[in-house]
Write a protein that binds this ligand. Structure first.
Ligand code: ZN
Length: 388
């Protein structure tokens, strides 16, 4: 058993001081939130150092970090991503694939399968986010159009054990068979890289699509006579991913989207690529050459190609624009992503939930990260990227 005390614990929609958390490392769960005097005397004590103690972050859309990528198709790359993300408060994530030939995608999914729920030195892998190849040629973003395919229900059935979330263009889905297959497999359907009309998108929501992938990016811009996928995303009762780096969308939209979606449906994602946390350089993303200048990742023609955002920075960016207090803002990187994925025991600090925790200082910088009660990052012990 482990006692975590001496911090301000963000629980529910408020925070608590003067109480402690009791962690059972065997089950990796929080057992109690209460008076330390009632906890076992032989438990190891971790001092919260007066920091904020918040639920671990969950990134449902991240390609890579620290020089490695999901499409490398091996467990060591995924483990390095997991370790790198933990330095930014992430305790669970969905490694995200790119549109490449089927062999590459299957190899990437095999890699994800091999590390599913594995206890490692970083964030836990929850399953893959398949981004493409079932998308629109007209909204490729940095996805390679050579490998586009019609939405294929059989592929979903063959890989249902490892897929958690699939981004696809609903207008490419003949008869809604692909969406039905996702629903049958219990995989989250997310609309994106799409030119769907408002009506097509709303129909997909009625048929079970629950999310929109990186709102504003990879879709038609909002038009008042043709609201499109953006209009449907803002109007429907669905989750919306947002890449809150100030590059993928204007910062004013952080406020606007929050007003329209509220505190329960907005999910901040990084969409980070392998250059994240490594500064300036040239990298590959899904077989394409990408230049990173420290704040943006772009193809040669200027198309945005993933991001170099981290979720802790996204949290700070959104709070700076919206004025949200930490105990509300943190929902956008933890609670909501857990709700989107149906992870009932993550995204909250509550007895019975997993002991996935982050210590943040006054400036909301990550000081420590715990996954299943085990410390996986300490800002005093290492820099953010294990490769540096
Ligand atoms: Zn992406």
């Amino acid at each position: 058993m482990k006692i975590i005390r001496g911090g301000r614990i963000v629980a529910g929609r408020t925070w608590i001081e003067g109480k402690a958390l009791l962690v059972d490392e065997a089950s990796e769960r929080l057992v109690a939130l209460g008076d330390e005097t009632a906890f076992p005397r032989d438990a190891e004590v971790v001092d919260g150092g007066g920091h904020w103690i918040v639920p671990g972050f969950i990134d449902v859309h991240v390609h890579g970090a620290c020089g490695v990528d999901t499409m490398d198709g091996n467990s060591s790359s995924l483990e390095a991503i997991a370790e790198g993300l933990a330095a930014h408060g992430v305790t669970a994530f969905c490694p995200t694939t790119m549109t490449m030939d089927e062999g590459h995608i299957v190899a990437a999914l095999d890699g994800v399968r091999s590390v599913l729920s594995r206890r490692g030195r970083g964030a836990r892998v929850l399953g893959a986010h398949l981004e493409g190849p079932y998308i629109s040629r007209r909204r490729l973003g940095a996805q390679d159009g050579t490998f586009l395919r019609r939405p294929d229900p059989d592929f979903v059935a063959a890989h249902g054990d490892v897929l958690r979330l699939v981004t696809f263009a609903p207008e490419e889905d003949e008869g809604g068979r692909f969406l039905a297959a996702l629903r049958d497999e219990g995989i989250v359907a997310s609309l994106g890289h799409s030119v769907a009309t408002y009506e097509q998108a709303m129909e997909a929501f009625r048929q079970g699509a629950r999310s929109v992938t990186h709102l504003f990016n990879g879709m038609e811009p909002f038009h008042h006579r043709a609201p499109g996928l953006v209009g449907a995303a803002l109007d429907g009762d669905v989750f919306c991913e947002l890449i809150a780096d100030g590059v993928h969308s204007h910062r004013a939209l952080f406020r606007l989207v929050l007003k329209l979606k509220g505190l329960d449906r907005l999910v901040l994602v990084s969409d980070a690529m392998r250059g994240a946390c490594l500064g300036e350089g040239e990298w590959d993303l899904g077989g394409q050459r990408v230049h990173v200048d420290g704040s943006a990742a772009t193809l040669r023609d200027g198309t945005l190609a993933g991001s170099v955002l981290t979720l802790d920075r996204a949290l700070r960016n959104v709070a700076a624009e919206t004025g949200l207090p930490l105990w509300e803002a943190v929902r956008l990187v933890s609670t909501n992503a857990a709700a989107l994925l149906g992870e009932r025991d993550r995204g909250r600090i509550e007895p019975g939930c997993r002991a996935d925790l982050v210590f943040l200082d006054e400036a909301w910088q990550v000081k420590k990260t715990f996954v299943g009660g085990k410390e996986v990052f300490d800002s005093h012990a290492r820099r953010d990227c294990p490769r540096l």
